[in-house]
Design a protein around this ligand. Structure first.
Ligand code: C2E
Ligand code: CA
Ligand code: CA
Length: 632
């Protein structure tokens, strides 16, 4: 838009610039000088040296001076002086001649025309008033028979008079023609620039409606299309499905391959989706991993069938640069007009449906329903309540013992947070930790957990259990502020607990974010004596590279494998392989979620070093945990 206005300004500058006005003024002056020369010659030839001839010579001299003074700075003054000199001259010529019957009266309209072209409104109006006044004056003068100069022109022959008419008419016509052809030329210039500008604007308009990578229409286009569609839909009675397809694993695909390869895969996905386009279906790309399909349909069932096909096609492998890349689509559907009547509402609700689908993992896609909106409302309320949880003393820590499988002794504990809110009651950490991460309060919670954990551990030591370690769960967000190591060290300092009694638990997904920044902080904490473990091993990417890269000391086998080892040989084999691998890397292994004696024995036989689970103890409050230690 800025380009548009600046170009228009430039065009008007071309037309009305001071330089253009001076050119026009000089052209007018040249023209008037020519008229004066011709009229003077005619006067000298027909009458000889008369008062009119002297007036013409004077005017000629004045106009010549004005011609040389004319510049961008003096343009408007010179234009005024020129017009007024000519006006005075014409009036004088009329006075010397036949008043309103004189040839010179012919110059009155021409002069006004000139005033319009070369000068300002003020000069035009004043001239107009002056000329009208002059005409009235001559009428009075005629009536009173006061016109002495009429004698001079009485002798003017017929041809002399015609000649004067022809000179004035021809030269004014030529002058006005030249001035207007100059204006026309400049207008043509403006029109050409306008056309160029229009085509540029069209390109911009197109760009603002289309996604650069996939050439699909974008969010802006969807917004306008949707507004028209929803308007039409009021009368058609059809359902409009707003289908959001998001590629879940885009980030990890970028990490595993490259950005350009990932972009190529997205282009292929866009091509596949384009095969569905018809008069009832339109595809858009909103952001990096978000595609939107607008689909008109008569019923819910046909939308389900359609989305099923979209899911099938988009989840098939993409062959890019000799690699087979898989993209994991997540699909959520909101139906207009039931689930919303604006793009914001439909998009929001399709996102809620999509997240519900990613969480349940059973179906390939999900339709929005009111329960999802209620759950979101609940999440919002919890988030609000969570912000005051620390200050209101609503958080407590429980400790779950870690057992040495060979001796059966407690060798440490994992701190697990509990939130009891006066309104919402007990809220499980699996629900509120993700909320705390989204709301930006997780770092404060982690700082609190670390402080309380090292304090609890110090109390065990003071009671004589001075070999026990404490493990604290971290969240990816905790690394973002960069204050983790300072805070952790000051917490340890405060209670005077050596750093090697503290272990921080990480998950693999946390290590995918900003690897270098996270690794720097981990190295710093490790150098101070704190150890690290990988939690839930086996559920994520199970990337062995991370174990060595981040120099972790412990690997915690996820409960989902451990709980089934007595029933499933597959899981037994997986657990066996992980234990073998961790041993060969010199990493301690801990089996989580051990609920019975049999599982504990199998794990011990497989060489697992430590266990944690309900079989030994549930997570306990500090007093109960101390009682358990004492009983041991
Ligand atoms: P996690 O770190 O994997 O913790 C183990 C979870 O398994 C705990 O659930 C624990 O109570 C449960 N568990 C332990 N043994 C057994 C067993 O034998 N059977 C069964 N069924 N469950 C067992 P909890 O306390 O509900 O915590 C859930 C998750 O919440 C934790 O998983 C952790 O990811 C997160 N979390 C808990 N406390 C904190 C915290 O202070 N900070 C952060 N960032 N996350 C935390
Ligand atoms: Ca844990
Ligand atoms: Ca775990």
């Amino acid at each position: 838009m800025s380009i548009q206005s600046s170009d228009v300004n430039r065009s008007s500058i071309v037309l009305f610039s001071e330089q253009a006005q001076v050119t026009r003024l000089k052209l007018t002056l040249r023209l008037l000088l020519s008229i004066f020369v011709l009229l003077l010659l005619s006067e000298l030839y027909f009458t000889g040296m008369s008062a009119l001839a002297i007036a013409m010579i004077t005017s000629f001299i004045i106009l010549t001076l004005l011609y040389y003074w004319a510049s961008p700075d003096t343009g408007s003054v010179i234009a005024g002086m020129l017009l007024w000199s000519v006006a005075v001259f014409i009036t004088y010529a009329c006075w010397l001649g036949n008043g309103i019957f004189d040839t010179s009266v012919l110059a009155f309209p021409c002069l006004l025309m000139l005033a319009i072209v070369i000068s300002s409104k003020l000069i035009f109006i004043s001239l107009y008033v002056y000329l009208v006044g002059a005409l009235c004056f001559f009428a009075v003068v005629h009536n009173q028979s006061l016109l002495t100069g009429a004698i001079l022109f009485q002798g003017l022959p017929m041809w002399g008079r015609v000649f004067s008419y022809i000179i004035i008419l021809t030269l004014f016509s030529v002058g006005v023609f030249l001035i207007f052809s100059d204006i026309r030329k400049r207008f043509k210039n403006i029109l050409q620039k306008n056309a160029a500008l229009e085509s540029k604007l069209e390109i911009f308009r197109r760009r603002s409606r289309f996604d650069q990578l996939t050439a699909l229409p974008n969010e802006n286009a969807c917004k306008t299309d949707l507004a028209t569609t929803l308007q039409k839909q009021k009368t058609s009675g059809h359902i409009l499905a707003f289908i959001t397809l998001s590629v879940n694993n885009l980030q990890s695909t970028r990490m595993n391959y490259s950005h350009s390869l990932c972009d190529d895969a997205l282009k292929l996905l866009a091509q596949r989706l384009t095969t569905f386009v018809n008069e009832k279906t339109t595809i858009y790309r909103f952001q990096q991993n978000e595609f939107v399909i607008l689909k008109h349909s008569i019923d819910h069932r046909s939308i389900s069938k359609f989305v099923e096909k979209v899911y099938q096609l988009s989840s098939q492998t993409y062959h890019v640069n000799d690699f087979d890349v898989s993209l994991q689509p997540s699909i959520g559907i909101a139906l207009a007009p039931f689930d919303g009547t604006t793009m914001e509402e439909l998009r929001h609700n399709s996102h809620l449906a999509m997240h519900a689908q990613s969480n349940d993992n059973k179906s390939d896609f999900s339709f929005f329903d009111k329960a999802m909106a209620e759950a979101e409302q609940k999440r919002l309320e919890l988030t609000k309540a969570l912000k005051g949880a620390i200050a209101n003393d609503e958080l407590v820590l429980h400790f779950q013992p870690k057992i040495d499988l060979s001796s059966g002794q407690i060798i440490g504990a994992e701190a697990l947070i509990r939130w009891i809110n006066p309104v919402h009651g007990f809220v499980p950490p699996t629900l509120f930790i993700p909320l705390a991460e989204q709301a930006g309060v997780i770092t404060d919670i982690t700082h609190w957990v670390i402080e309380q954990s090292v304090l609890a551990c110090k109390q065990w030591h003071d009671l004589g259990f001075n070999k026990l370690c404490i493990a604290v769960n971290l969240s990816a967000e905790d690394f973002k502020r960069g204050s983790l190591s300072t805070h952790t060290m000051s917490a340890l300092h405060k209670v005077d607990l050596p750093a090697h009694f503290l272990e921080l638990e990480l998950t693999e997904s946390m290590l995918m974010d900003d690897i270098n920044f996270i690794q720097k902080q981990i190295n710093e904490l490790r150098s101070l004596g704190i150890s690290f473990s990988i939690d839930d091993f086996g559920t994520g990417y199970s990337n062995l590279g991370y174990l060595t890269k981040f120099n972790v000391s412990t690997l915690k086998l996820d409960r989902s494998f451990v709980m089934n080892i007595c029933q499933s040989t597959n899981e037994l084999q997986i657990v066996k392989a992980i234990i073998g691998m961790s041993k060969s890397l010199g990493i301690t292994n801990v089996a989580e979620g051990v609920e019975d004696k049999e599982t504990g024995c199998v794990l011990a036989n497989l060489g697992c070093e430590m266990g944690q689970g309900y079989y030994w103890s549930k997570p306990l409050p500090q007093e109960a945990f101390i009682a358990l230690l004492s009983a041991q």
